[in-house]
Design a protein around this ligand. Structure first.
Ligand code: NAD
Ligand code: UDX
Length: 464
């Protein structure tokens, strides 16, 4: 059995960075090199000030500070890291396709294929290749096909090891995961490869939390896990709209159903809609795969989770317009939060982007504050939608470093991210600085609505 002493991870993003930093921390005897084509990203991971690493995650800078330079390295020399490694993780992006067949639905696997071809070209010794990226079921077949036809005599084993961390809690999720999933071939060599990866995780994770399956179950389980999680949010968000019509309260309904141990309390928080780089992409992918097998009922069933989420974002924006007497043209609306959830600087698919887009269509003037998201990112997110020119986005949106300034002179405040600091603001001071009637749209139900009403705010929560 081969003892793994050198790991290479291709992709230094939100998954590759934290995942491999934790592997390096927990396994000081393994040299871990994370490589990326993006020079700026690698430079940021290597920044002498560890607070400047490109991914914000509570506890991550401490992990990087401990392992970097000891057995954790960041580099742009992809070939060298592949050549040296016994085990190579592929952790590159797999976004929704924006062109051609499957546009807007299927996963774009061009970066995966590039990695496979590069590994095939560079490798001079046998390797275990691990799919860490989230991939459509049966992707390993294509990876295998590329790797097994090099003619070099080098042998490859392909494993699927999807990542279940959630952003904002990545370090804690990686240190104590509910489970680790490893899929591999049933052959002797496949079983040896699975064992080699089990041995790495077993250095800090109890064996009963390390599940092994065949490759296809592992690939599919990742899509299914995300679909089930997102489905709970769309289910509770659907009920939130009914609550708003019936004087039922979504927080009370959520608690009432979540205490049934068969349902459970997690992932039942009504919101302005789920965001993040995974849920929408992975469900669209599941829908696309189901359709490609002719399973239209299966596809329609899961697609409804996305349709509901789009509706929730849109109705939040329209509710603001309606409540401001059917026009927001020229009115200042303050956004608290832009990240797709708290404790991350990631904004991919954040509900805030879509709410802002709707309000910009209504000619609102948006004033944004987020504790961790920089101005350039916010304009980039809006420009990416291609709804209007970059100049128009710039003229409709102002980004502030101070929440009180963002709220100054506003007709309304919209809470888009559940950052803890929002709860502790001086809300009387904010109220005094706003136009009256001052309105708050709490898209996360995190503020003290009773207190805000006492101050004088008109408060609109989700599902109440
Ligand atoms: P990311 O965009 O943050 O990082 C991917 C990195 O890969 C980028 O820095 C990019 O430059 C690099 N890259 C792409 N092609 C490359 C190549 N050929 N050689 C070297 N570098 C290359 O993406 P992410 O959020 O880390 O997600 C990676 C994968 O993990 C995706 O499949 C995603 O679905 C999955 N995933 C993400 C999360 C999450 O919370 N973000 C959780 C679980 C799984
Ligand atoms: C998700 C999965 O949870 C994780 O297992 C997978 O590896 C990657 O995708 P992530 O997208 O990072 O993780 O964050 P998550 O905590 O799942 O939140 C996703 C979105 O759902 C956020 O916008 C969040 O605010 C929203 N959400 C979550 C709700 O609106 N209500 C909830 O009850 C929970």
């Amino acid at each position: 059995m081969k003892n793994i002493t050198k790991i290479c991870c291709i992709g230094a993003g939100y998954v590759g960075g934290p995942t491999m930093a934790v592997v390096a921390k927990q396994c000081p005897n393994i040299k871990v090199t994370i490589v990326d084509l993006n020079e700026a990203r690698i430079a940021a991971w290597n920044d002498p000030d560890v607070n400047n690493i490109p991914v914000y995650e509570p506890g991550l800078s401490e992990v990087v500070a401990e392992a970097r330079g000891r057995n954790l390295f960041f580099s742009t020399d992809v070939d060298k890291a592949i050549d040296e490694a016994d085990m190579i993780f592929i952790s590159v992006n797999t976004p929704t396709k924006t062109y051609g067949a499957g546009k807007g639905m299927g996963a774009d696997l061009k970066w995966i294929e590039l990695c496979a071809r590069q590994i095939a070209r560079v490798s001079k010794s046998d390797k275990i290749v691990v799919e860490k990226s989230t991939l459509p079921v049966r992707t390993a077949e294509a990876v295998k096909d590329i790797l097994h036809n090099t003619g070099s005599g080098v042998k490859f084993q392909i494993l699927s090891n999807p990542e279940f961390l959630a952003e904002g809690t990545a370090v804690q999720d990686l240190l104590a995961p509910d489970r680790v999933l490893i899929g591999g071939d049933d052959s002797i060599e496949g079983k040896e490869a699975i064992q080699a990866l089990v041995d790495i995780y077993a250095q800090w994770i109890p064996l009963d939390r390390i599940l092994t399956t065949n490759v296809w179950s592992s690939e599919l389980s990742k899509l299914v896990a995300n679909a089930f999680l997102a489905q709970r949010i769309s289910s509770i968000n659907a009920i939130s709209e009914l609550c708003e019509k019936t004087e039922a309260n979504i927080n009370e309904v959520s608690r009432a159903i979540g205490t049934d141990s068969r349902i459970g309390p997690k992932f039942l928080k009504a919101s302005v809609g789920f965001g993040g780089s995974c849920f929408q992409k992975d469900i669209l992918n599941l829908v696309y795969i189901s359709r490609s097998f002719g399973l239209s009922e299966v596809a329609d069933y899961w697609e409804q989770v996305i349709i509901m989420n789009d509706h929730q974002k849109k109705r939040f924006a329209l509710n603001i317009v309606r409540s401001l007497y059917n026009t927001v043209s020229g009115k200042k609306i303050a956004f608290l939060g832009w990240a797709f959830k708290k404790d991350t600087n990631d904004t991919r698919e954040s509900a805030a982007i879509y709410v802002a887009d709707e309000l910009l269509n209504e000619q609102a003037s948006i004033q944004i504050y987020d504790p961790k998201v920089v101005e350039k990112q916010i304009y980039g997110d809006l420009d990416y939608l291609e709804t209007r020119s970059a100049e128009l986005n710039k003229s409709g949106v102002t980004v502030f470093n101070d929440p009180y300034e963002a709220c100054n002179d506003a007709h309304a405040i919209a809470v888009l991210t559940e950052w803890d600091e929002f709860k502790d603001y001086d809300w009387k001071r904010i109220y005094d600085s706003m136009l009256k009637p001052a309105k708050i749209f709490d898209g996360r139900n995190i503020l003290d609505h009773k207190l805000l009403k006492e101050i004088g705010f008109k408060v609109y929560g989700i599902g109440m």
